[in-house]
Each structure stands twice: as C-alpha cells, then as structure tokens.
Write a protein that binds this ligand. Structure first.
Ligand SMILES: [Mg+2]
Length: 200
C-alpha cells in the first residue's frame, strides 16, 4: 500500500492560502520562499492570529478545497489511478472541514475529476502513523516534516518528503527529500512488486 498526503503533495493548498493571507495581512505579497515552517510561524509578516483566521475561513468554504489546483500531470494521475485500481493507494490527510459541509465528499470528488475513480481518502485527526500502520502502508509521502518524522519513527514505512521552502531546514535519517514527484514512482517500483502479474 502507498499512502499519500494530499495538500502540498498532489494539491496546491499553499498558493491560494497565501493569497488569502496577503489580503488579511495587507502588507503585500507573501512569497512561499519566506516561509520557514509548516505552521507558518516565525515569519516577519504573518501573525498567529492571521494564520488562524484564514485557516478557520477555509475550513468553512468547500469552494476553496474544490478549487485547488493539482500539482501533478495527467500522466502522473494516470499512474496513480492504476495503483488505486489495484487497491494499492490511500490518501491520508489532516484536512478538517466544518459541520456545514462534507469534506470527505468534496475531496473525493476532486480526486475523481483528476481521474481517480474510486479514491480511498482517510481523514485523520491525530498522528498519521497509526493509520499508516493500520493500512499496511509501505511507502508514505508527506510535505509536513512533523508527519514525516512521526511515520518514520513509529512505522516501518519508507518516508518521502517533497521539497518545499517551509520544510527546507528539516532533515531526518528516515526521511528522504524528493525534488520531483516522479521520484515517488521510482520508489513505488522499489517498494511494491508493481510489475508482477496480479494473478497466476
Ligand atoms: Mg500536506
């Protein structure tokens, strides 16, 4: 089983979120390169309050999540769909919505639009390692170094972390930084016997 985080891995959460923050803070553009942590803390312009307000606002706005751009190419989505069809792909996310709408449904529909016909989406409230363990994930991908560290230290899964400015300072012996999503497919071939026939 392959376990993928969603935001910052296959969906571009950050760009529209930074636009909202820019409007809220009103001090001009906030470049992604200026971010030092996944919690957007220790930033010259961003305050904890602004980040919290914008997080609360997007939680109540299904259109925000529905409108996120994909970080993958059509070819990459096709390869994920193949994996998904074989029951080897799960999406594991900390997304939290609001009682007024169904975040699982909106997220699943977003995947269907990108060609994942039957997405297996897990909304996780606490540590992802417990779900990774339960699902039998052998390859886990997340942009949040806290999740990477948790899964690297508490499961046997191989952990990949797509490079972003907000995770650039993190390094861990159990976490491999990747610069391009195609490295995920290389590792999938190593971790899963994907070339083997499904029946004999
Ligand atoms: Mg993420």
């Amino acid at each position: 089983m392959v376990g993928l985080d969603i935001d910052g891995v296959v969906a571009d959460f950050l760009s529209p979120f930074l636009l909202r923050l820019e409007k809220r803070v009103g001090k001009g553009p906030i470049p992604a390169e200026s971010l030092r942590s996944v919690r957007l803390s220790a930033h010259p312009v961003l305050t904890e309050e602004a980040v919290r307000d914008c997080s609360d606002a997007v939680r109540q706005d299904p259109g925000f999540w529905d409108g996120l751009d994909s970080l993958l190419s059509g070819e990459q989505w096709s390869r994920l769909e193949e994996l998904s069809q074989r029951g080897l792909l799960s999406f594991i996310t900390h997304r939290t919505g609001h009682e007024s709408w169904d975040i699982h449904a909106v997220t699943s529909e977003w995947f269907r639009r990108h060609g994942i016909t039957n997405p297996d989406v897990h909304l996780v409230e606490k540590e992802k390692s417990a779900v990774v363990d339960k699902l039998g994930v052998v390859l886990f991908v997340d942009d949040n170094y806290e999740n990477c560290q948790d899964v690297a230290e508490h499961t046997n899964a191989r952990v990949l972390m797509p490079h972003h400015p907000y995770n650039r300072s993190f390094s861990h012996p159990g976490v491999m930084r990747i610069m391009h999503f195609n490295q995920v497919f290389t590792e999938i071939e190593r971790c899963l016997d994907v070339g083997a026939p499904t029946s004999v």
